[in-house]
Design a protein around this ligand. Structure first.
Ligand SMILES: [Zn+2]
Ligand SMILES: [Zn+2]
Length: 325
């Protein structure tokens, strides 16, 4: 999986959040298949889905982001961002199983109810690649409850061999999702030590997403008052304020254009791509920690720790991040 550049991504649910995730997955060049209950009921589901995603792409265009990323805006429902490449379209599917066929990762954006998420994931694993990542955006359901519910749904009560163990992980995109290079990841203690974390972070690295490994799981497991506050704070943090988001989106769009032109361009241009004098993750503290390989000083002490425990990638140029001592 780590060697591939594009992934088969299934997105389940195309509501407010789901539609933005679909758009970002297309922007990043993945093969995207979608199941949404309401869209599937339409007379022409593909046209209905194209309209939703086309609308979001036009919004990116109005913000100038497609232009900065050197992508052509959609025309008449078709989107061919680069003239040298085939058009990109999220495929409208009639079931979770169809959308998940051969998927490397299933991203659910369905209502925050254990039964619904369990049903989605257990249907998805029937057609997804073996070992596909089942990514949940939940903030309120303990990860291990979803893991257990999906495992027992798949096995029908009998014990599951390790190879069939569903790989449910927490993955939340920071709003407004498109051109935002941050996600938040929640893993069980077991996943944190094992291959699951590496598989997910290697995918995030390809997408250029810096990941915050978040210990919200402990918070959800022991719902005392402090922890509930923590959940509220985490929820807040998932929404970047408008001006922070826009500054970050602009830098990200320019970086994606530079990356297409090759590492040489990124190396020479990256100082101009991100012009903030603040840490490029929190956009708040003064950056103090230099990266040894690229020389960028783009991270504050706290955020450098975040990068080191996650994708280990300089968020300014995507070179491997190694702290200069
Ligand atoms: Zn910072
Ligand atoms: Zn760098």
């Amino acid at each position: 999986m780590a060697e591939e550049d594009t992934f088969n991504v299934a997105v389940i649910g195309a509501g407010f959040l789901g539609a933005r995730i679909i758009t970002e997955m297309l922007l990043l060049g993945n093969k995207v298949a979608v199941f949404d209950q309401n869209i599937a009921k339409q007379r022409d589901p593909q046209t209905a889905l194209n309209e939703v995603i086309g609308g979001l792409l036009m919004e990116c265009d109005r913000q100038g982001l497609l232009g900065l990323a050197e992508m052509v805006p959609p025309k008449g429902g078709k989107w061919t961002p680069f003239s040298s490449e085939p058009p990109r379209q999220a495929k409208a599917c009639s079931s979770v199983a169809e959308a998940s066929r051969n998927a490397h990762i299933i991203l659910e954006a369905v209502p925050d109810k254990l039964e619904i998420k369990t049903k989605v994931f257990s249907e998805a694993v029937s057609t997804a690649r073996p070992g596909a990542i089942l990514a949940t955006n939940t903030l309120s359901i303990p990860l291990k409850n979803i893991q257990q519910a999906v495992a027992s749904e798949i096995a029908g009560g009998s014990p599951l061999p390790a190879a069939l163990r569903p790989r449910v992980m927490g993955l939340r995109f920071l709003s407004p999702v498109v051109f935002i290079p941050f996600v938040e990841v929640t893993l069980s203690a077991e996943q944190e030590k094992g291959v699951d974390k590496e598989d997910l972070t290697s995918m995030l690295r390809k997408w250029g997403k810096a990941c915050f490994i978040c210990d919200i799981q402990g918070a959800v497991d022991n719902a005392d008052q402090d922890k509930i506050d923590f959940i509220r704070v985490a929820r807040e943090r998932l929404r970047l304020d408008t001006s922070t988001a826009q500054r970050r989106q602009v830098a990200e769009a320019k970086l994606r254009a530079a990356i297409r032109m090759g590492p040489e361009v990124v190396r020479t241009a990256s100082a101009d791509l991100f012009t903030e004098t603040k840490c490029c993750i929190c956009l708040d503290a003064k950056p103090t920690v230099p990266s040894m390989l690229c020389g960028h000083v783009a991270l504050c002490e706290d955020c450098a720790g975040v990068v080191e425990s996650g994708t280990k990638q300089c968020p300014m140029c995507r070179e491997r991040f190694v702290r200069r001592m």
